[in-house]
Design a protein. Structure first.
Length: 278
């Protein structure tokens, strides 16, 4: 069978003078103008611009992901002083920007102003105080979201022990059922260990692999700390998809219930029930 190029792909060759052909030159120009360096005046100038652009890309890759209500985006900073949470971000997506702006107290009589903010290391219900927006370019804007903390409103059943199992034991059951796909053994009392399954949600959204772990940690923080009342996450790792599963390790510390009893770390590990084949 002859070795022919796939439909839709262009072949690229060097011409007789050793120069790039038209398709290659167009490709390099597209990368230069839209993705990497803009214009440049010399090889040294090009090298400096490429290095600066790579540094920007690297900085963006480690920027913290944040969830405000149902909007998830990368922030430049998150500040929490115990009373207020302030999130600063450069937003490029118009839908995310509109979602955040709709949470201003003056919009829709403030119905959207009470929400939850989740960031690496914490989650809290808040009442949005201000959303400020500064347009810095045609493709991005700098936004600052400030929210006052409000009291958590959790279900009373989370404080209940059942059949000799403590509330902390029930939380571990809930995490194993939601994230590792273990069966729910509680029958008619299964609601005691009910939990959302955020890994399935993320898998369905087809988020980029380099963002999967951070976004997964956000949603698990929201479920484990915000909904189940755990103290804080101590360790979190999730691996790449393999045969429909990901390897997950999740550790957390419960809140202290008694002054004379130190809480004990809980850790679960195994193949998740929340992966799609790559």
């Amino acid at each position: 069978m002859p070795n022919t190029p796939r439909r839709g792909l262009r072949t690229s060759i060097w011409n007789s003078d050793g120069q790039l052909d038209g398709h290659q030159q167009d490709f390099l120009e597209d990368v230069r103008v839209f993705h990497t360096t803009g214009s440049y005046g010399s090889p040294d100038d090009l090298a400096q611009r490429v290095e600066r652009r790579l540094r920007v890309i690297a900085a963006e890759s480690i920027a913290p992901w944040v969830k405000v209500g149902n909007a998830i985006f990368q922030a430049t900073s998150v500040q929490d002083d115990g009373r207020q949470i302030t999130v600063a971000a450069r937003i490029r997506d118009n839908t995310v920007a509109a979602n955040l702006e709709s949470r201003r107290p003056g919009n829709s009589y403030g119905r959207n102003s009470q929400t939850r903010i989740t960031w690496p290391g914490g989650t809290a219900p808040v009442r949005i105080v201000t959303v400020t927006c500064q347009t810095t370019s045609s493709q991005s804007r700098t936004m600052t979201i400030v929210g006052d903390r409000v009291a958590e409103n959790r279900s009373n059943h989370l404080e209940v022990a059942y059949e000799g199992r403590t509330p902390e034991d029930l939380t571990e059951f809930a995490m194993r059922i939601a994230f590792l796909g273990e069966p729910n053994p509680f029958g008619t009392m299964s609601f005691l260990v009910a939990a959302e399954k955020p890994l399935l949600t993320i898998a369905d959204l087809r988020v980029p692999e380099d963002a999967f772990e951070q976004i997964a940690q956000l949603l698990i923080t929201e479920e484990l700390i915000g909904q189940r009342g755990a103290g804080h996450i101590t360790q979190f790792r999730v691996g790449p998809p393999h045969v429909g599963h990901r390897r997950l390790r999740l550790g957390w510390m419960p809140v202290r219930r008694y002054q004379n009893q130190d809480p004990v770390e809980h850790v679960i590990e195994g193949g998740t029930a929340g992966a799609r084949p790559a």
